[in-house]
Design a protein around this ligand. Structure first.
Ligand code: SAH
Ligand code: SF4
Ligand code: F3S
Length: 449
């Protein structure tokens, strides 16, 4: 029996694809191992979103070379976004690379590996597929790990063409899956013990509207309809999703989030910039005002709602004033988490034709300011939660201190506590918060009478 190891870079979409690839390989008789040293087949699932992501994978490609010199029978391939966009080039320049499988061809893995075992080399598969590509709904569900929570891809690709972003080029056009297939997948996950699903797509708020131009009518949201159908599935207790594009947020979706009890009251809403001028250059068709409205409407319906976001600092021509607008808007919303990225020009995108004119040190400075703001704000905000009791979904013992367990609140806050009863990952328990830091809530288990 041959062993395989998949190393994953990039976003949750890639994590999901790696899980599906692993499930497909296991169905075909291959055996998963935890390290590349023990593997006969090593696959890197790659990301192209920023230069650094590509460099990481390329660095690893060369590390694998020495491994393969020691174990010449080893098969080595790449999948994911870089395999899609640069597969052919990498197969030519990296002598020890055997195959590249694009983002829509994961189901071809067993066949490609079989061909290589039979002596073929340098296989490149980069064709596009339909939305319900084979294997999109298979899950490995690690029985020992987080078997109670699963990612579900609801659509492929992206049509937004934000001017900085490579994703539409590597992931292809938006293709929404058939809702019935998604409902069946989630139901079968629930039957296998999953109680939390994270719905994935690059533009989930546009699910079912493939390629349409925003804004959609206020009362039309196939995504909200999907949430309502998933709400009905027995065994599922939490529904999360990422990422919705603000331009597709409408009244129907806002009300669905507020009214469906299983939909977690935590929304990741990528802002990118608080300056209308920069948003326009980014080809993000909303204004800071529209963003404020969405947040305001959600907050008025759901007082406890939490938000997280993505922001890019140092986009071409971003001035101190533009940056301050981003900073002010972020402080005004009061995000519970933010992913801050330094602009990185990607070949082939529209903004790559603009001069990358904000110096690296300045990008770093802006990045640090936003991180510091976030930390300061969270210290205060988390302090205000001391004394409150939350229901948390248990992840399991913490890595550093096995006496402590951790889990997430509905609002995706990390809470740590020492168990008083026998517990297992995937349990829901009540925790009262007794102290906090900017990163973590520390609590005590509340025993229900
Ligand atoms: N589809 C998701 C984002 C996927 S990429 C969405 O729009 O919400 C994740 C994040 O990477 C983006 O939100 C953006 O903030 C960042 N990003 C994308 N391209 C980038 C680039 N060229 N430079 C820096 N950050 C980038
Ligand atoms: Fe990239 Fe924009 Fe699509 Fe997100 S919505 S994946 S940032 S093009
Ligand atoms: Fe990276 Fe591809 Fe995700 S480029 S961020 S792995 S969609």
């Amino acid at each position: 029996m041959l062993n395989f190891y998949i190393k994953t870079y990039g976003c949750q979409m890639n994590e999901r694809d790696s899980d599906s690839a692993a499930a497909i390989l296991e169905e075909n008789g291959y055996h998963a191992v935890d390290s590349e040293e023990d593997a006969d087949i090593v696959i890197l699932n790659t990301c192209s979103v920023r230069d650094q992501a590509e460099r990481k994978a390329i660095g690893k490609l060369w590390i694998i070379k020495s491994l393969k010199e020691k174990r010449p029978h080893m098969i080595f391939g790449i999948m994911g976004c870089m395999a899609q966009s640069r597969g052919e080039e990498l197969l030519q320049t990296i002598p020890h690379l055997d195959f590249a499988i694009g983002t829509d061809q994961i189901h071809q893995l067993p066949e490609v590996i079989r061909a290589i075992l039979e002596g073929e080399r340098k296989i490149d598969r980069d064709e596009r597929s339909g939305p319900d590509t084979p294997g999109i709904d298979v899950h490995r569900l690690d029985e020992s790990g987080r078997h109670f929570s699963a990612f579900v891809s609801i659509m492929r690709g992206c049509n937004r063409y934000c001017s900085y972003c490579i994703v539409p080029y590597v992931r292809g056009p938006e293709r929404s899956r058939d809702p019935q297939g998604i409902v069946d997948e989630v139901r079968s996950l629930a039957e296998r013990g999953v109680c939390e699903v994270m719905l994935l797509g690059q533009n989930v708020a546009a699910y079912g509207l493939d390629g349409s131009v925003p804004p959609p009518p206020e009362d039309c949201s196939p995504f909200a309809d999907l949430l309502a159908r998933l709400q009905e599935i027995e065994g599922i207790r939490r529904i999360r999703f990422t990422s919705p594009h603000p331009a597709f947020f409408n009244r129907r979706l806002i009300h669905a989030i507020a009214e469906l009890p299983k939909v977690c009251k935590n929304v990741h809403l990528p802002l990118q910039s608080g300056s209308d001028r920069i948003l326009k250059l980014m080809n993000r068709p909303y204004t800071a005002e529209k963003y404020r409205d969405i947040v305001g409407n959600l907050k008025s319906l759901i007082p406890d709602i939490t938000f997280s976001t993505d922001v890019i600092v140092g986009f071409p021509t971003e001035t101190e004033e533009d940056f301050q607008m981003t900073r002010d808007l972020m402080n005004e919303v009061g995000f519970d988490n933010s992913y801050i990225f330094k602009y990185s020009p990607r070949k082939g995108t529209v903004s790559a034709r603009m001069e990358d004119d904000v110096p690296q040190e300045e990008k770093e400075r802006r990045n640090q300011i936003l991180l510091k703001d976030l930390e300061d704000r969270l210290a205060v905000r988390n302090e205000s939660l001391v004394g409150k009791t939350f229901e948390i979904l248990l992840d399991g013992p913490s890595k550093r201190n096995p006496n402590r367990w951790s889990g997430r609140t509905d609002g995706f806050k990390l809470a740590v506590f020492e168990p008083k009863t026998a517990l297992k990952p995937g349990d829901f328990i009540q925790v009262r918060i007794i102290r906090s830091t900017s990163m973590t809530l520390y609590g005590e288990q509340v025993i229900e009478a």
